[in-house]
Design a protein around this ligand. Structure first.
Ligand code: SF4
Length: 232
């Protein structure tokens, strides 16, 4: 994943570890049942959905996978369906040609190398077509229960903007989050942070006036934004 642009010094300072705990606790309280917004039924359909979600919204992926997973719910069925028909199912999402190729190729490799199963192994996952570190982290977190942190554009922004986990690269932010978030909160924190970035701490204008984690946040402009909250 390309490192998203990082605004100059958006946070006053890095949060203290106590503030990190409070921040995550407050996000958790606001959204206790946070889960992936991608639709899937097992490890295989999760992997395919995450591969398809690169540079696409979860809602657009879900619309495409209804028919795709009906016709091809397993690696064998996906290979038999073939690139052209897979492409017809996913034509509405970005980069569909490349993704159709990758989905069929990774399905073939699952059959040939892993007995048709999704491997519980980071290196093996990252060796599959279309699967990078972020996708592997999501699969290891959601399918296998590992305390991994998949840093997407939302989490990268929140890490830097709020002082939660400042870092110049996606990997630096991931490492900071893994180090700084309490171990017992790390696995679900992935979902809490993504949903917070999608719906509250948005890219263009964070909605600080309705933020459940206002106090520990170190964003320089949060008070100004709250003061200028829309009426009603
Ligand atoms: S106060 Fe504003 S900048 Fe800070 S986490 Fe909340 S929404 Fe984001």
């Amino acid at each position: 994943m390309k490192t998203p642009a990082r605004p100059a010094k958006p946070a006053r300072r890095a949060m203290t570890l106590a503030e990190v705990r409070t921040f995550i606790t407050q996000l958790a309280a606001a959204n206790p049942d946070a889960r992936s917004e991608l639709d899937f039924v097992d490890d295989y359909t999760l992997l395919v959905a995450v591969v398809l979600s690169a540079q696409a919204t979860d809602a657009s992926v879900n619309r495409a996978t209804v028919g795709l997973f009906r016709d091809a719910p397993t690696p064998k069925a996906m290979v038999e369906l073939g690139e052209e028909k897979v492409g017809e199912h996913i034509r509405t999402i970005g980069l569909w040609r490349t993704k159709a190729h990758n989905v069929v190729s990774l399905s073939r490799q699952l059959l040939e190398r892993f007995d048709g199963r999704v491997p519980y192994d980071r290196a093996a996952l990252e060796s599959l077509p279309g699967v990078g570190r972020k996708t592997a982290n999501v699969v290891m977190n959601v399918a296998f229960g590992d305390s991994t942190m998949a840093v997407d554009t939302h989490i990268f922004r929140i890490g830097n903007r709020t002082g939660l986990a400042p870092g110049a690269s996606v990997r630096a932010v991931e490492d900071q989050l893994v180090r700084r978030i309490p171990a017992d909160m790390l696995r679900p924190a992935h979902h809490w942070l993504i949903l917070h970035g999608r719906y509250v701490c948005k890219a263009r204008r964070p909605e600080c006036w309705r933020c459940p984690a206002f106090d520990p946040c170190q964003y320089r402009l949060k008070a100004d934004i709250r003061a200028g909250a829309p009426a009603g």
